[in-house]
Design a protein around this ligand. Structure first.
Ligand code: ZN
Length: 498
């Protein structure tokens, strides 16, 4: 087995290197590439994707996987084999022509979506979404699934998750959120958000953001912070983790919370086990677990009163005139304003998950063919009214707002809400184990929590799947209760609901 396994790992690391090259080209495309570079870049990425597919399905690697499967691998070796086998099985079942057609349809559909959103013209996008959906369903049938066809979609982003467990969790969450949102609206309290509506020079915002990054323990010897249109975190190794954000002089919170959010992803990547880098076991667990790290830092820490107890005076050093006379309570209330809004990415912590639920329910109904693409805009608007009490004035602010479906990311949305649930459950456990955690945060100590997350989550790599990880860290399976309670307590106090 030793020799076969060594050869297997050599090939797996080569695949990881190809993935790194793709990741770096994509990072550059979003940050520094000149606009005319798009054509050649698309070709390079296409070529690399082709080579990756060839190497993954190389008969020699297929034979190695079979030989190793017949043996009895344990521990890290078993995890590596299982994840490579998963990817390989999927790649082998999808013929090259279908891969190419899907990739081309995604590029074209995305371009039409950009145009359709600009004109708020859903019928323009409709045939493309229908085609994309049909191709994705074909892929799902070829790859195979148990239960609902939606499981084949979800499994790409949240391995081993199933609709049969995810749907009831999200439904429970909805039942807790809708009355909370109504209660907040009925309370009639309006935080003085005007204190955030001032001119905050971008270079000062960046300086403060870098200060917080350093305090969080994000290592800039092993990472970078740059600017892009859509903030993201991209990593090729724990030694090279890149974050981006976007600045706007009149929007202090957008860049700031963007940096903290992406730093949460970045700390996870920097904390992964470096000794098994380049093999599946050295990777992150799932999109949901990844999002739990960013949400925990952004919302549960970054939007906490304790955090601002320490950081408002620091922020005032950077913006003495703009923040003169602003007290912690007012600032804390302003960065936690809850108001139903049309756009998911601008939504607050409470209403955010209702935006996700709406998308999750619609995409599930779509792939299960219970609704048609043509019915989407009307169903979208009806759900917005029912969940948030507002009706989008047009498709651009409704069904056309997100890019996900236009690039074939169907089954991705629930990972955002799962991330919030995981985050709250980890956070509750961290506080249970370290009762002084938030008192430390109020003194500017963020490293205590970082160390805990390093030990409990990051260094485990992909040795446990998401369900096993939450069980191992918190002693129980994923619950809605922790997140619901966290929101009810925090916002109950902010909006005087009790
Ligand atoms: Zn994120």
């Amino acid at each position: 087995m030793g020799q076969h396994y060594e050869e297997f790992i050599r090939r797996v690391k080569e695949l990881a290197d190809l993935g790194h090259a793709q990741g770096m080209l994509s990072w550059d495309q979003e940050t520094y590439m000149p606009p005319r570079g798009a054509g050649p870049r698309a070709r390079s990425l296409g070529t690399l994707a082709g080579i990756y597919h060839e190497r993954l399905t190389d008969p020699a690697l297929v034979a190695l996987v079979e030989k190793l499967r017949a043996g009895d691998l344990q521990g890290d070796a078993e995890v590596n084999l299982r994840y490579v086998e998963r990817d390989q099985r999927r790649a082998l079942k999808i013929p090259r022509e279908l891969v190419v057609e899907l990739s081309q349809t995604q590029s074209l559909a995305h371009e039409v979506w950009v145009e359709a959103r600009k004109k708020s013209d859903f019928p323009l996008f409709r045939p493309w979404l229908e085609k994309l959906l049909g191709l994705q369903q074909e892929v799902a049938h070829r790859v195979g699934f148990e239960g609902s066809i939606y499981n084949a979609f979800l499994d790409q982003f949240e391995p081993y998750a199933r609709i049969e467990t995810v749907a009831p969790l999200l439904e429970q969450l909805r039942l807790r959120l809708v009355p909370l949102v109504k209660g907040i609206a009925a309370a009639g309290l309006r935080p003085a958000v005007g204190i955030l509506d001032r001119e905050f020079p971008v270079d000062r915002q960046e300086a403060f953001g870098r200060r917080v990054l350093a305090d969080l323990g994000f290592d800039l010897e092993r990472g970078r912070l740059d600017v892009s249109v859509h903030p993201f975190c991209s990593s090729t190794s724990p030694e090279d983790v890149r974050l981006t954000t976007r600045y706007s002089a009149r929007q202090l919170t957008s860049a700031l919370f963007g940096i903290i959010h992406e730093a949460g992803h970045g700390l996870y990547e920097q904390g992964l086990p470096a000794d098994v880098e380049g093999t599946p076991v050295g990777g992150s667990v799932s999109l949901g677990i990844h999002e739990s790290q960013s949400r925990l830092w952004e919302n549960m820490i970054g939007r906490s009163r304790d955090f601002w107890e320490h950081y408002l005076p620091v922020l005032r050093e950077y913006f003495p005139d703009q923040l003169k006379g602003v007290e912690v309570d007012a600032f804390y209330a302003a960065v936690n304003q809850v108001a139903p809004s049309l756009i998911r990415v601008e939504a607050d912590e409470v209403t955010y998950n209702l935006h996700i639920l709406l998308r999750f329910e619609l995409e599930q109904a779509l792939v299960e063919e219970r609704v048609s693409v043509a019915e989407l805009p009307e169903l979208w608007d009806e759900k917005m009214v029912s969940y948030l009490g507002i009706r989008p004035p047009d498709a651009a602010k409704g069904v056309l707002q997100d890019t996900h479906w236009s690039i074939g990311l169907i089954g991705y949305f629930p990972t955002y809400s799962l991330g919030n649930l995981y985050a709250a459950q980890f956070f509750a456990q961290a506080q249970k184990e370290m009762p002084g955690l938030m008192a430390g945060v109020a003194q500017g100590d963020l490293l205590c929590l970082k160390g805990w997350l390093n030990r409990q989550v990051h260094t485990k790599g992909r040795r446990l799947n998401a369900g096993e990880l939450v069980q191992a860290v918190t002693g129980e399976g994923l619950q809605v209760e922790y997140f619901a309670e966290y929101l009810e307590e925090k916002y109950g106090e902010l909006y005087h609901l009790r």
